[in-house]
Write a protein that binds this ligand. Structure first.
Ligand code: PMV
Length: 321
């Protein structure tokens, strides 16, 4: 991101949430995964303030920016990291957060906020960061909240698009053939990513050999997904999503409710369906058959308020007027 939208010291950045097509959780342990940015974004506005102290505000709630009161933890972690690197901002400011991404839904809400906040706050502080520096700052903040994130969420929010990701080699964009649309359904049940990551860590410790096979399978499915996407072979992609779901169930991050939702979608007729993100609640994604996206959304919306379609690819971090 080369230029910033500055209007009398107001910096507005937005970043998208994400879905994971294959490899979530296993990516924390070194596997490949495939993720894509979605059409729901978080907006962070940083501006000079005439108040007595700097504040973070969102949806009618306000918290002093430098107080450790358990509120706005992600933004405060970004702020702490930025102060450590570049010194404390010289003037009083306000950070406003507006997000279309439901929190705790598995759609990368905190990563989107972390990325947009990293860009907007450091610009307010007079720093021009490279994309890699923004990613590092945002991922550091995510670490302080989620313990051991792979960095895939912040990469999707920063770079957008659809990509193959691995902790060691980073992100490799995938050029897709034809249009691609997913149905995303938030179950309404929020959960903590860090708890689920440690639950999976325990499952790995209990059955290391089996976990190792599944981690290898996750990489294999992700590499196959790249081929399917590149060739526009959506039925194959759907199969790979279904297979991913089996592994996710095995490591204990699905639930009866999510299984039922996925099964209902399969009965209606989709190419594939699975949990996306940490699971334990959160959201699922389904790959509709050609020309059936709208009717599938209509049916699903009868039971789920938070159902939407997203096309892929979507733009990553951007400055707004
Ligand atoms: O549920 P979310 O949006 O926080 O996604 C987490 C994805 C994991 O693979 C479970 C963790 C990670 O950092 O890769």
């Amino acid at each position: 991101m080369n230029s910033s939208a500055s209007n009398s010291n107001v910096f507005v950045a937005t970043a998208p949430g994400k879905i994971i097509l294959t490899g979530e959780h296993f990516v924390v342990h070194g596997s490949y995964a495939v993720a894509a940015a979605i059409n729901k974004r978080a907006r962070v506005t940083v501006s000079a303030s005439k108040k007595q102290e700097s504040q973070i505000v969102s949806e009618g709630m306000a918290s002093p920016a430098f107080e450790d009161d358990g509120q706005f933890v992600v933004v405060k972690s970004v702020l702490a990291g930025a102060c450590e690197e570049y010194g404390r901002p010289r003037s009083i400011f306000q950070v406003q957060i507006d997000s279309e991404i439901p929190q705790g839904s598995g759609l990368g809400s905190s990563a989107a906020i972390a990325v947009a906040a990293s860009a907007a706050l450091t610009s307010f502080m007079g720093k021009k960061l490279s994309n890699d520096q923004i990613w590092e700052l945002a991922t550091r903040a995510e670490k302080s909240v989620h313990g051991n994130p792979s960095g895939i969420d912040t990469r999707a929010s920063l770079s957008g698009g659809i990509f193959l990701f691995n902790r060691k080699s980073g992100a490799k964009p995938i050029v897709i053939r034809g249009g691609l649309q997913f149905l995303v359904v938030f179950s309404g049940k929020t959960r903590s990513t860090s708890e689920l990551i440690s639950r999976v860590g325990e499952s790995r410790n209990m059955r290391p050999a089996s976990f190792k096979h599944l981690a290898k399978a996750a990489s294999f499915l992700s590499l196959q997904a790249v081929d399917a996407l590149t060739n526009g072979d959506l039925p194959h992609l759907g199969c790979l999503m279904d297979l991913s779901q089996l592994s996710l169930s095995w490591i204990g991050v699905s639930s009866n409710e999510l299984d039922d939702l996925i099964e209902n979608l399969r009965t209606v007729g989709v190419l594939g369906a699975k949990i996306t993100g940490a699971g334990g609640g959160g959201s699922i994604i389904a790959l509709p058959k050609a020309n059936e996206s709208e009717s599938l959304l209509k049916k699903t919306s009868l039971d789920y308020v938070h159902a939407f379609l997203t096309s892929v690819p979507q733009e990553g971090l951007r400055w707004e007027k």
